[in-house]
Write a protein that binds this ligand. Structure first.
Ligand code: G6D
Length: 348
């Protein structure tokens, strides 16, 4: 195991730190302290070619404010909050409305755009990066001083585990995830439309046209476009005229997981790469990058294009109409929020 680190100073004067964690098989994970962001995951294909399997930006300064949250930890609450407000203990808190009159991924300045304090260490578990951030009471409208810790662990079995932990001194809401855009072709040489997905889920949260949960569920038996219980390519149904699919202009929906353990799998038959996602989170948002800013360049030298990445954002549900599901993202004073997710890479 090896860890390298270096400082980068942005034009804004902001100083961030870059990290590269490498295991003894040659798998490499690169991160930056800004947003506790994953910038590269480099794994071999069936022919032994080591290539990056997540989308990252050529210019690191794009990460300072990009609304795609590439590889970052959005927060204080990943996902959406209906009408940008929540009532806790009879007090109503108001958040910045940055998405169709609702709040998305923590509001105006998400955790994705905050610089974390990171410590690198190698121990018996693997190569670790422990990223901490103290979100002050009232930041982005949220109550409570929230101490956040996100730990990335690269292991010798070619897996990357992300452990999330948060504590607060006042009842608040919290919902953390990682917003990496995966593409197993390697250096995003192809779109993800021909890559296959498996999901351990029978139902999605029903939403309105702005992807706000309504409080009910939809069985994938009734909407087979969303059924990934048998692996199928992302492109098979993505352009169907299903109304719910069109709300997201593709997949951008919260799946309720059947149980803890394997949540999802991603396969690329051309490169031979595969990835297994396991989590103790109750849900996963599958997002197929349904829009892109073509003026921006990924590190492969190509401009950003839709459907060149797929996200598996393991998390709790969003807060929907009339604050439905808010109890599932509540964190009481003196309780501890935890979530752990592992991405394990292999060859078909
Ligand atoms: C879009 O609706 C999607 C979100 O789900 C996603 O997280 C974001 O882009 C990056 O707003």
């Amino acid at each position: 195991m090896k860890i390298q680190e270096s400082k980068v100073t942005f034009k804004s004067g902001r100083v961030i730190t870059k990290y590269a964690l490498t295991n003894n098989n040659g798998m490499q994970v690169e991160l930056i302290s800004l947003g506790a962001t994953l910038t590269k995951i480099i794994v071999p294909d069936a022919a032994g070619n080591f290539e990056n399997v997540i989308l990252d930006w050529q210019d690191l300064e794009v990460y300072e404010s990009h609304p795609g949250y590439f590889g970052a930890v959005p927060g204080r609450t990943a996902g959406r909050i209906w009408n940008g407000q929540v009532t806790i203990n009879n007090e109503t808190y108001y958040f910045y409305k940055n998405n169709n009159g609702n709040t998305l991924h923590g509001g105006k300045v998400s955790f994705a755009h905050r610089n974390f304090d990171c410590q690198a260490v190698i121990d018996q578990e693997g190569a670790k990066l422990v990223c901490s951030y103290l979100s002050p009471d009232g930041e982005e409208g949220y109550p409570g001083n929230l101490q956040v810790k996100v730990t990335y662990i690269l292991k010798e079995d070619n897996s990357l585990t992300i452990d999330y932990e948060a504590t607060t001194d006042k009842d608040t809401i919290v919902n953390l995830t990682n917003h990496a855009y995966f593409n197993l072709s390697g250096d995003a040489k192809r779109s993800v439309l021909e890559q296959e997905v498996y999901l351990n889920s029978d139902e999605i949260f029903a939403t309105d046209e702005n992807l706000i949960p309504k409080g009910t569920m939809i069985s994938v038996d009734d909407m087979p476009e969303f059924d990934f219980r048998v692996p199928k390519t992302i492109g098979q149904d993505i352009n169907s005229n299903n109304e719910v699919l069109r709300y997201g202009n593709g997949y951008d929906h919260v799946y309720k997981l059947k149980d803890k353990g394997v949540a999802a799998k991603l396969f690329d038959s051309i490169s031979g790469r595969c990835m297994t996602v396991t989590t103790d989170a109750p849900c996963v948002v599958v997002y197929t990058m349904n829009g892109a800013d073509s003026s921006l360049m990924h590190s492969n030298g190509k401009s950003s294009k839709p459907n060149y990445g797929v996200c598996f954002e393991t998390q709790r549900p969003a807060i929907g109409y009339e604050e439905v599901f808010k109890d599932l993202v509540l964190l009481k004073k003196d309780d501890v929020y935890t979530q752990t997710t592992t991405f394990k890479f292999g060859i078909l």
